[in-house]
Design a protein around this ligand. Structure first.
Ligand code: MEV
Length: 442
């Protein structure tokens, strides 16, 4: 068993690398050199990366790419994406191209409200708490003003505080449910700071001395990542006949199969999970490229997908009056100021590529990315199948894994045009190619 190390975080970066190399790689200096080789050559930039997190040893590279030709609300955009899964960017680009001459993507912000909660136990006089809540609320708002003044000036701040009686679920359990408008910031830090202030004030305002019979026991104060009222819609629509022949499938049949595929994800949680995973292939890639929190965004979307008691599709499709309509309602909280947005050089570039959007515009781009990704997946699934596009991209990963040369890769891309790609078929092809070369004396 490995030995515990105390004070690892206090070591210098090089000491941390040495410790790891010694204890997990038998002191292999190649490993140490490899870790160092991924440092940025500009130490100022590297220091900044180091400080994003703790115990940073090096950088972990991910592909950064763009999906061009997105017509969104009558403007053309390139969408920056950070993702390791082959074929996601290609799928997005295909969707963009498909909808380019059909009116493109359309979006609307439905709401931008965010929620934070102070969870507390109160065993005093419940009725009195409820009766006096409007006065308590006014005092909380007033007392927290010193924290919200800047956000207020930007048009945001605290928009409401409600007392939620949760005693039916847990004895004496109440919440302060606080609604926020956080403008262009995602707002988690701001929300948490304000909540902690309210929690402290609540204890001062409500206690035995003030006649409430007891002091609230604050359990925790924290932003809720579930933001069903911070919502964006994106959609595409066209005449069914304008869908044209899709991968050899006539428009009418394609539209029906597509709608049924969406319906299956609406009614079957097993399919819905994969369906929504594909949606987040697009969304997460944009979220990461723009320095946002993909865990928060995913958690929110999955909760929303299960809001009716059964996990279901985030996208929907209708075929009415000869029109194909496909849309997503996406709850998510994102920011274009604060966090990594000004610190990570490539996040800055991503935002520039998107025209320096405000938070609402970024919500729209994310919804479009999710919808486009889902359209591409269902388009392939309901026509030629997913492997055709998927495995061709995956082929490059397999070839790299097998150390194929550039010449071998070019050969393989042509060779597999009409064959099934798998690890084994690729290995066998390479072996045959290499032994033929030896025989020819090449
Ligand atoms: C793969 O990452 C995503 C898909 O499975 C999504 C889907 O099935 O809809 C292709």
């Amino acid at each position: 068993m490995k030995k515990e190390i105390k004070g690892y975080s206090k070591l210098s970066k090089m000491q941390k690398i040495d410790w790891l190399t010694d204890n997990y790689f038998n002191g292999n200096q190649e490993v140490k050199a490899e870790l160092i080789s991924f440092w940025h050559e500009d130490l100022t930039v590297q220091n900044r990366f180091d400080e994003f997190s703790e115990n940073t040893l090096t950088n972990f590279y991910m592909p950064f790419g763009i999906a061009p030709n997105f017509l969104i609300d009558d403007e053309m955009y390139c969408i920056p994406m950070v993702i390791e899964e082959s074929s996601v960017v290609a799928a997005m680009s295909k969707s963009a191209k498909f909808w380019l001459d059909k009116g493109g993507f359309h979006t609307a912000i439905i709401d931008t409200k965010k929620i934070g909660q102070v969870h507390f136990i109160f065993s005093g006089d419940h009725l009195k708490l409820q009766e006096h809540f409007s006065s308590i609320k006014a005092q909380l708002l007033e007392g927290g003003k010193y924290l919200t003044v800047n956000m207020d000036a930007r048009g945001g701040g605290v928009t409401d505080i409600e007392l939620i009686d949760m005693t039916a679920h847990e004895p004496d359990y109440f919440q302060l449910k606080v609604s926020f408008e956080t403008c262009d910031s995602m707002g988690a830090n701001f929300i948490n700071t304000v909540l902690e202030e309210y929690a402290n004030s609540l204890k001062e305002l409500v206690n035995a001395d003030t006649g409430f019979g007891d002091t609230p026991l604050i359990i925790m104060s924290i932003v809720s990542n579930y933001t069903p009222d911070c919502m964006v819609r994106a959609w595409v629509t066209c005449k069914i006949e304008d869908l044209g022949e899709v991968n050899g499938v006539p428009a009418e049949i394609f539209a029906k199969k597509f709608k049924t595929a969406v319906r299956i994800a609406e009614v079957d949680p097993h399919r819905a999970t994969t369906h929504n995973k594909g949606i987040y292939n697009g969304i997460d890639a944009v979220i990461i490229a723009t320095g946002n929190d993909f865990r928060a965004v995913e958690a929110c979307g999955h909760t929303y997908a299960a809001r009716n008691g059964r996990y279901s599709s985030l996208t929907h499709c209708s075929l009415e009056d000869g029109m194909f309509k496909f849309w997503i309602d996406l709850p998510l909280a994102v920011g274009t100021v604060g966090g990594l947005t000004q610190l990570h050089p490539l996040v800055k570039r991503s935002l520039q590529i998107l025209g320096n959007p405000d938070a609402q515009q970024l919500m729209k781009f994310c919804a479009v990315a999710g919808l486009a990704q889902n359209f591409a997946a269902l388009r392939a699934l309901t026509t030629v199948g997913i492997q055709q596009g998927h495995m061709k991209m995956h082929l490059l990963n397999i070839l790299n894994h097998l150390n194929a040369s550039e010449e071998e890769k070019t050969f393989a891309l042509t060779y597999f045009k009409d064959k099934v790609v798998s690890f084994t078929t690729t290995r066998v092809m390479l072996e045959q190619l290499r032994s033929a070369k030896v025989k020819d004396g090449r």
